[in-house]
Design a protein around this ligand. Structure first.
Ligand SMILES: [Zn+2]
Length: 244
């Protein structure tokens, strides 16, 4: 029972068990990744809007200060206009006042636009906050589902992983390489000969080969049809071999 072929058969059964447990998760791991990605994107959108809102508020605060100072400047110039000594000075001050009023008008318009923008932005931010919350709750549910399956499987998986590690240590490296190569495209890489056929693809095996398989337990024989590693019919791996 310590032959290389027995150990390969054992490894294959352990991997079957692990694959089965992985299948129980279905598309849940992909779903989790997808929700996490969506959550990250929603958070970025929300943070971007918050940034724009904060920039808008800063602009509005600065604009108010600036408007006040423009108003003061205008008042001061208006008073100066009474004290001018000639037309040239009068015209110069008039021009300056016009410029200030112009600037004041432009800035006031901008400030009003910012106010409207802020209202829209607040509505958008509320929506985005809701989005983040709803995706977070979706993620929580999916994680709970994932953890339930994980907890149910925990003991078995720990045993299987340990048994797999121990088994791998006892198998020839070349055989492991061959096993992994086959497993890349065929999950059940080592299968039992059953009623003179490969139990992976059900094609029949020549009698001479069956004898060779039975008599050479330190060699790898593969199915000519599907390429799986074949092990003799009398090697039967049961639960005790795997979990014991
Ligand atoms: Zn086959």
């Amino acid at each position: 029972m310590n032959s290389q072929i027995y150990r390969l058969a054992l490894l294959s059964k352990i991997d079957d068990e692990l694959d089965e447990r992985k299948e129980e998760f279905g598309d849940l791991p992909d779903k989790l990744k997808n929700i996490e990605k969506r959550l990250e994107e929603a958070k970025i959108r929300f943070e971007e809007s918050e940034q724009i809102l904060s920039d808008n508020k800063k602009f509005a605060a600065n604009a108010k200060v600036k408007l006040k100072s423009l108003k003061e400047k205008e008042d001061k110039l208006s008073k100066q206009q009474f004290l001018v000594r000639n037309n040239k000075e009068f015209d110069a001050i008039t021009k300056e006042i016009e410029n200030i009023r112009d600037e004041y008008g432009k800035l006031s318009t901008e400030l009003r636009t910012t106010g409207i923008k802020e209202e829209n932005l607040n509505a958008k931010i509320d929506e985005q906050k809701q989005d983040v919350k709803s995706i977070e709750s979706e993620l929580k549910d999916a994680k709970e589902e994932f953890n339930t399956i994980t907890n149910d499987q925990d003991e078995d998986v720990k045993l299987l992983v340990k048994k797999r590690k121990d088994t791998l240590k006892k198998i020839n490296k070349e055989f492991i390489k061959e096993y992994n190569r086959i497993r890349d495209h065929t999950l059940d890489a080592a299968v039992r000969v059953k009623r003179n056929s490969c139990s992976g693809c059900f094609s029949s095996i020549p009698p001479q080969k069956i004898v060779e398989i039975r008599n050479n337990l330190e060699m790898i024989f593969t199915c000519e049809n599907c390429g799986r590693i074949l092990y003799p019919e009398d090697i039967i791996i049961n639960d005790e071999d795997i979990f014991g």
